[in-house]
Structures are given as C-alpha cells and as structure tokens.
Design a protein around this ligand. Structure first.
Ligand code: HXC
Length: 258
C-alpha cells in the first residue's frame, strides 16, 4: 500500500511512522487512520522490526480528528455508517511496543491516539488538550476514559470541560508522558529509546505489554496470576536461557530473533 498521509522510515529494528498532513496540522481523517492501521499491522508482523515509534511534525502530533471531514456527518454516518471509531483502534491490537513521540499540538483525537500508545515522550513544545466540547461533541476515542485513568479525575475534568491545554512539563508531572526532551531532539531521542527496547527479546516485550494492559482490564489478583503465567512460561523460552546464561557468564546477552 502506498501511503499518502504517512511517512515511513526504519532504523535497524525500529520503525518510525510519521503522521503527515502538514497543511491541516495532521488532522486525523479516515484515509490516514486506514493507512496507520495498515502500517502498524505490517510492522507488527515483520520479524525485522521490534519497536515502533509513532510521531507527527514539530508543529503537531495531531490537532484532532478532521473537523472539515466530520462537520456534515449525521448520526447515521457516524454510528451506522461505520466512519469514526472503526479504524481508530487498530493500534490497540499491536503486540509490539509502540512509543508515541509528541511535539506541538496533541489535541482531541490526537491526544486520544497518543494515549493508545504504550508510553509517550514529549518535546518541550508539546501541548496536550481535549477541546472537543468547543466543537460541540464529547471525545470519541477514549478521552473521557484514558485521560482520567492516566492523570486523575480532577485534572482530566478540568481539561475536558474548560479545553485548557497542558504543556509538556505538566504532562510529565501528571504521568501523561514519561519523558520530556528538547524539541529538536525528539525523534533522535525516541529512536534511541526504541533502539534500546528493540535490543531486548521482543517476545518478552510483547508479554510485558500484554500483561500491563491487562492491569487496566482486571482485578489485581487476576492480573498477578496472568503475569505469573507468562513468568513461568518464560522458563521454556530461548530468551530466558540466553538472558540468564549471559548474566552468569558475565557477557552481554544476544537476543536477536528471540
Ligand atoms: C481539520 C484542522 C484541525 C482539525 C487544525 N486544522 N486543526 N483541520 N481538523 N482538527 C487546520 C486549520 O483549519 C488550518 O487550515 C490549519 O490546520 C492550520 O490551523 P490554524 O487554526 O490556522 O493554526 P493555529 O492558529 O496555529 O491554531 C492551531 C490549533 C487550531 C490550536 C491546533 O487549529 C485548533 O484549535 N484546531 C482544532 C483543534 C480541535 O478542536 N480538535 C478536536 C477536534 S474533534 P487552513 O486550511 O485554514 O489553513 C476530535 C474528535 C475526536 O478530535 C473523535 C475521535 C473518534
């Protein structure tokens, strides 16, 4: 598939997917979300790739769903017509780690898409917000659910009801992002972090991702049982043999292909 709204690069075992609608602040439209799903599934299935970085431009990760495309939808178009939502959640099916690297505006559906990544790195110029109320709708891709679970109810309600944007420093303080880096170094840093992850055994990275996500869907006791099954199963894998032998032999582990 040729992509018109994405740019793709690979750096060793790291794939970088860049949202690319510069004239519209990377507003997320149906085509872009279809392309994003396609690219994510391809890299998830590609044994040469262990980690994916999702990013936008220096001005905008994405300023939300495409308002021009949505403005004339009616209820039947959105609910019955299978427009918005259908292709937004492919990212949740991806088993390899996906790092969101956010600069500039990360608004509305852009913030919701970012929150579907496994963790976020923010450029110093990043601004996060859920301004949907100002265009007369609620968030539609998890903003009312993932934001309060991530930054707490009070700050989430403040952002959702007033449309207040938070900057990168506040986003890091609240746990929305894991690190803040100089804006001009965002991609370099994101690739460096992804390269570090890509050197780990991808099978274990996928298990950790699955187990952490399970924490949000189940009780603590069930979650710990779920984790333990992966831990026990690990002892039947080459990654465990290599990792523990390397430690005991005082050498660096070689996890290629594991
Ligand atoms: C369509 C958009 C857009 C959007 C920006 N643009 N955001 N087009 N949908 N969400 C376009 C503008 O129309 C303009 O196009 C160009 O990008 C540059 O934007 P400006 O407004 O001129 O830039 P600036 O003054 O710097 O302001 C930037 C901004 C503002 C603060 C990001 O554009 C803005 O508030 N955008 C809308 C943010 C928003 O409400 N997002 C939530 C959408 S609802 P032209 O052609 O005029 O140059 C949503 C629901 C999610 O996301 C549902 C998920 C299922």
């Amino acid at each position: 598939m040729q992509y018109s709204d994405l740019l793709i690069e690979t750096h060793g075992k790291v794939a970088v997917i860049r949202l690319n609608r510069p004239k519209a602040m990377n507003a997320l439209n149906d085509n872009m979300m279809n392309e994003l799903g396609d690219a994510l599934y391809k890299f998830d299935a590609d044994s040469n790739i262990n980690c994916i970085v999702l990013t936008g431009s220096e001005k905008a990760f994405a300023a939300g769903a495409d308002i021009a495309a949505m403005a004339n939808y009616n209820y039947q178009d959105t609910h019955g017509g299978n427009y918005i939502g259908r292709n937004w959640e492919h990212i949740l099916n991806i088993r390899k780690p996906v790092i969101g690297a956010c600069a500039g505006y990360v608004l509305g559906g852009g913030c919701e898409l970012a929150m579907m990544c496994d963790f976020l790195i923010a450029a110093e110029n990043a601004k996060f917000g859920q301004p949907e109320i100002k265009v007369g709708v609620t968030p539609g891709a998890g903003g009312t659910q993932r934001l309060p679970r991530t930054i707490g109810k009070s700050k989430a309600m403040d952002m959702l009801l007033t449309t207040r944007m938070i900057d990168a420093a506040e986003a890091e303080r609240t746990g929305l992002v894991s690190r803040v880096v100089p804006t001009e170094k965002l991609i370099e840093e994101a690739i460096a972090i992804a390269t570090q992850i890509a050197a780990m055994p991808v099978s274990v990275a996928m298990q950790i991702k699955d187990a952490v996500n399970r924490a949000f869907e189940t009780t603590l006791t069930e979650g710990v049982r779920y984790e333990r099954r992966y831990f026990h199963a690990g002892f039947g894998t080459p990654a465990q043999k290599e990792g523990m032998s390397a430690f005991l032999e005082k050498r660096a582990p070689k996890f290629d292909g594991l």
